[in-house]
Design a protein around this ligand. Structure first.
Ligand SMILES: Cc1cc2nc3c(=O)[nH]c(=O)nc-3n(C[C@H](O)[C@H](O)[C@H](O)COP(=O)(O)OP(=O)(O)OC[C@H]3O[C@@H](n4cnc5c(N)ncnc54)[C@H](O)[C@@H]3O)c2cc1C
Length: 462
């Protein structure tokens, strides 16, 4: 849509959070033909990119190519990056409201959907957010120290793509898989000592309701060629669907096809040289975790579920059966999703927040006059970067149409921020950090070696 509107003043927009949602929202705003939109992005951490840096699996560097587009955005002269500025703590939401024509919350979802069962407070129970953050260099997760050198069996609760990422990291050989990626050097040496040889991925619903995508499933199945075998999934979960195969949707058909072909291949091969294996379990809900000692678990107790209305055209639900089973486990990682929370001062500033679901309620991104939400904090923690991008573009359109009617001149907080005692990371600083990390990586034969403490980052840009 070409906007005919002439903006008389520069309009200042503040974006809270520099993950994919923040950057893609900025990108679309800066494309406004008036060329009069100015964007300030505030990032709590001293480095940008959110989960694109700290979540995406290290063996999927192509996913991080979005960062090249974000760099282009950052070089626009109407864009400013203020890193190491925690909105709510360092700058109040009221101040943002007073100094910008629009404030967009794009601060993501950084809490766990907790596992509320007996024994879940044991040290051997870790969330996927913690484990992923640990190997990806999240500053405050570097002391996690998961006891991989002692654990042989890991149970993962939840079967989305993140569970499959974790399985590749836990079982894939460091050489060739991880040693040249941007997994931190500390995590690589821990993975080298790892004794983990078996991963069980458990879903509470059925095979056809698996949350992973077929692409990721195939990637994991293909690890057979490097010694990571797929123990499989019980015939009980596949057999009922065989007669229905022609009625299944394309994705479900492909999923069954992948699994069936794999079993055939394994049956036909004379010997399998796999020293590590993973399996899929279905229709089980965790009920209790039993410890072995301070560090390790002994087993996890599950209750069996049945699918209700298992007709493929009707959404299925599950019902507990009252029958229980146990799976041996030294460690348990629950990969049951991330959750958003209200940043400090949000509620006090009159901005609504849905505590139960963990997002900022909004209509088309609009929260209240001049206030918007974009990305995971707008929709809840779901969706890949492509859908976060579409969401961000959509919200930017909403903001632009509202700004058409706003004529007040605002000056932003750049001046105020630069006068504070706390060091602020500019885009130029970030480029210095980038360069340092990639040079450190090159010297170790890796794509990048991330700095893992905030002090290291701030020292570098002093
Ligand atoms: C483990 C994992 C793996 C994934 N892998 C893939 C993948 O392979 N491919 C894919 O397409 N998608 C993947 N995704 C999904 C993708 O990461 C998300 O779609 C996307 O990151 C959501 O973007 P966002 O900007 O809403 O949130 P985030 O990426 O979380 O960004 C939010 C930003 O806001 C900042 N922030 C928080 N609080 C404040 C505050 N008070 N003040 C200032 N800043 C603040 C945070 O530090 C962060 O930088 C993955 C997600 C996870 C969790």
């Amino acid at each position: 849509m070409i906007r005919q509107f002439v903006r008389f003043y520069s309009q200042k927009v503040a974006i809270v959070g520099s993950g994919p949602a923040g950057f893609y929202t900025a990108l679309r705003l800066l494309k406004d033909p008036s060329q009069k939109i100015n964007v300030d992005i505030f990032e709590k951490l001293p480095v940008p990119y959110g989960l694109s840096r700290f979540g995406v699996a290290p063996d999927h560097p192509e996913v991080k190519e979005c960062q090249t587009r974000f760099e282009e955005v950052a070089h626009d002269k109407r864009f400013n990056f203020y890193g190491n500025v925690d909105i709510g703590k360092d700058v109040s939401i009221e101040m943002l409201k007073d100094n910008y024509n629009a404030v967009i919350f794009a601060y993501g979802c950084s809490e766990d959907n907790k596992l509320n069962i007996k024994g879940a407070d044991h040290k051997g129970v870790i969330s996927s957010r913690q484990f992923v953050g640990w190997y990806n260099g999240v500053f405050d997760l570097q002391d996690l120290n998961p006891p991989l050198e002692k654990a042989r069996r890991v149970v993962i609760i939840g079967n989305g793509n993140v569970a499959l990422d974790l399985t590749r990291v836990l079982l894939g050989p460091v050489d060739p898989l991880w040693k040249s990626t941007d997994i931190t050097a500390k995590a690589i040496s821990k993975l080298k000592e790892s004794k983990v040889e078996h991963v069980t991925i458990v879903g509470r619903r059925g095979l056809l309701q698996s949350a992973f995508t077929n692409k990721e499933l195939k990637e994991l199945i293909d690890m057979h060629s490097i010694g990571v075998g797929f123990k499989g999934v019980s015939e009980d979960h596949i057999a009922p669907f065989a007669p229905l195969a022609k009625n299944l949707g394309r994705v479900q058909k492909r999923r069954l096809d992948l699994l069936t072909k794999y079993f055939q291949k394994v049956k036909n091969s004379t010997k399998t040289a796999c020293t590590k294996e993973w399996e899929l379990q279905y229709l089980l809900s965790p009920k209790e975790i039993i410890a072995k000692d301070d560090q390790l678990l002994s087993k996890v107790v599950f209750e069996h579920n049945v699918l209700v209305q298992p007709d493929i055209d009707v959404p299925v639900s599950i019902e507990p059966t009252g029958e229980f089973t146990e799976l041996p486990a030294d460690l348990l990682i629950y990969s049951t999703g991330y959750k958003g929370s209200a940043i400090q001062g949000l509620i006090e500033a009159g901005i609504p927040f849905n505590e139960k679901k963990g997002y900022i309620p909004n209509k088309d991104g609009r929260v209240s006059p001049g206030i918007y939400a974009s990305g995971w904090i707008r929709r809840g923690a779901t969706g890949a970067i492509a859908s976060t991008m579409m969401d961000a573009f959509f919200v930017a359109e909403t903001v632009l149409s509202d700004l058409d009617n706003s004529s007040t001149e605002k000056h932003g907080l750049g001046h105020y921020i630069s006068k504070q005692n706390k060091p602020v990371v500019t885009w130029q600083d970030w480029e210095k950090i980038q360069q340092h990390e990639s040079e450190a990586g090159t010297s170790l034969g890796k794509t990048r070696e991330k700095l893992t403490t905030i002090d290291q980052v701030l020292e570098l840009i002093k």
